[in-house]
Design a protein around this ligand. Structure first.
Ligand code: HEC
Length: 243
């Protein structure tokens, strides 16, 4: 009995350990795809700030109402610009070819990024933009060095400046600071929440059935636990006669 319980525990926890591994100093995104209010805010921020450049071509508009807990009319009124047909996927206003000409790299499709890069990576990325003192670089990113994406949320966050450490060739950005007078419309906590909401929405896009999977998972584990207890008593019952 003990060994079985141990094996079950091992199987359960080894998964989380692997998923959490890697990525030293990433921030913790703490996503919760069952939080509808967060998904709604994230979807809105995503539509207003990201879809000018990025597509999410594996995600259909009509997958949104159920996950966000709103009607298709609300989605149409608030998120979709221009014409759309039922079953359309989330497309970018910019063609990838334009993107690479303007930014040096084409804005990648973001449907699966939260899974490919990891949620914490995405969240950290959105919190790592800063103004490079080298004006020819413009916006830079502490996590993805020389990223060609501009800091599209700077009005919300403000304009972070780098604090360097080391010298010569080993000089690197140690931390980011928003100087007095360069703040945005949001406080630091509000900006963290906004970027967490976007990350949450991206996590939903990367796996639309995740909330449901987790819900079902709880029932499955519950069933297994109850079943194990029943099996144990059944075994005791049988062996009573043998002894
Ligand atoms: C002005 C165009 C533009 C807008 C608007 C924009 N991005 Fe980007 N984004 C880019 C470009 C260009 C890249 C490629 C960066 C590179 O690889 O150097 C990129 C890369 C990314 C990446 C990294 C993907 C990867 O796997 O490397 C993420 C994540 C991302 N963007 C998220 C967002 C989010 C979230 C928003 C909205 C808040 C947004 N972007 C708005 C242009 C844009």
């Amino acid at each position: 009995m003990k060994t079985i319980a141990f094996a079950i525990m091992l199987a359960l926890f080894s998964g989380t350990a692997v998923a959490a591994g890697g990525g030293g100093d990433l921030m913790d995104a703490k996503v919760d795809v069952s939080n509808e209010a967060s998904l709604q805010r994230g979807a809105k921020l995503f539509a207003n700030n990201c879809m000018g450049c990025h597509s999410a071509k594996f995600v259909r508009w009509n997958a949104l109402p159920e996950a966000l807990g709103v009607s298709m009319e609300t989605i149409e009124e608030n998120l979709i610009y221009g014409s759309y047909e039922a079953g359309d996927t989330i497309n970018a206003a910019m063609r990838p070819a334009d993107g690479s000409e303007w930014f040096g790299a084409a804005p990648p499709d973001l449907s699966l990024t939260a899974r490919a890069r990891g949620e914490d990576w995405v969240y950290t990325y959105l919190n790592s933009f800063y103004r490079d003192p080298d004006a020819s670089i413009g916006w830079n990113n502490k996590l993805l060095k020389n990223s060609s994406m501009p800091h599209v949320l700077w009005r919300l966050q403000g304009v972070p400046e780098p604090v360097y450490e080391g010298s010569g060739d080993s000089i690197q950005v140690a931390s980011l600071e928003i100087p007095e007078g360069q703040g945005g419309t949001l406080t630091e906590a509000e900006y963290h929440q906004a970027t967490r909401d976007i990350t949450n929405f991206m996590a939903f896009m990367a796996e639309p059935v995740r909330a449901k999977r987790q819900e079902i998972g709880v029932w499955v584990i519950g069933f297994l636990v109850v079943f194990t207890i029943l099996a144990y008593f059944l075994k005791r019952e049988y062996w009573r006669d043998v002894h």
